[in-house]
Design a protein around this ligand. Structure first.
Ligand SMILES: C[S@@+](CC[C@H](N)C(=O)[O-])C[C@H]1O[C@@H](n2cnc3c(N)ncnc32)[C@H](O)[C@@H]1O
Length: 226
């Protein structure tokens, strides 16, 4: 999976913020239909999110970065007692997430440009559940640095990502028919980016795809802000 075609004239730079909005506004409704109940069949993921919530502690203020149109990760974390804000670059994703999870707060925001002021001060944790795949891998360290800047020392980070080596424009793996940016990561890349941004990694777990998923290993990195 790599970049082989020239983008249409006038289309956003692949992997840019404008490109994320283009790609996700176009397929947010489809994604919601496909994935709104996905956590029901994913015990590994529910356990990772529950462990994150336990480590943050009840009432902790956390951000679900790249929350998508389902808002189901934000809702699960809220059910564990966390005070959650879901953020996403795609206005369509945020509109759908607000309808889907009316008890949760959602805002349009770029996870690479967040500041503590936007959250009323440093937060207790951040979850990135598949929010790193739409951007070029060269932006990985910038993204971790942005997360580190808003999480208080001792605060928690959970990153879930698909494993692999892709870093370019592909046909949408979800079958929407559009071209999208698609980056995958190794455990070593994620760990290096975390350690390079003042996080201390405590666990990196991985699982194979469940039967109904795209065939790729999933990585879950858990870290604390030093
Ligand atoms: C694969 S979806 C995952 C959505 C959700 N976390 C879930 O698991 O259902 C990736 C999401 O990340 C968002 N995203 C990608 N880059 C982002 C950025 N820089 N800032 C905020 N959201 C971003 C996309 O708009 C999209 O909604």
């Amino acid at each position: 999976m790599s970049a082989t075609r020239t983008p249409e004239p006038g289309s956003p730079e692949p992997g840019s913020a404008a490109d994320v909005v283009r790609a996700w506004d176009a397929r947010a409704d489809r994604y919601l239909d496909l994935f709104r109940h996905e956590l029901d069949g994913k015990p590994f993921d529910r356990a990772a999110l529950a462990e994150f919530a336990a480590r943050v502690g009840p009432g902790g203020r956390i951000v679900d970065a790249g929350c998508g149109p389902c808002g189901h990760v934000a809702a699960l974390l809220a059910s564990h007692g966390l005070d959650v804000l879901g953020i996403d670059l795609s206005p369509r994703c945020i509109r759908l997430a607000r309808l889907e999870q009316p008890a949760i707060d959602f805002e349009v925001m770029d996870q690479r440009l967040i500041t503590a002021d936007a959250f009323g001060g440093p937060i207790d944790g951040l979850v990135s559940y598949y929010s790193l795949h739409d951007q070029p891998k060269r932006l990985l360290s910038t993204t971790f640095a942005a997360w580190a800047a808003v999480i208080r020392p001792g605060g928690r980070l959970l990153v879930v990502a698909k494993a692999g080596t892709s870093d370019g424009v592909v046909d949408d793996p979800l079958g929407s028919g559009i071209r999208v940016y698609w980056a995958e990561y190794t455990e070593a890349e994620l760990a290096a980016a975390a350690e390079g941004a003042d996080f201390s990694v405590d666990t990196i777990a991985a699982r194979d795809a469940y039967d109904d998923e795209i065939d790729a290993r999933r990585i879950a990195l858990s870290a604390v802000r030093t």
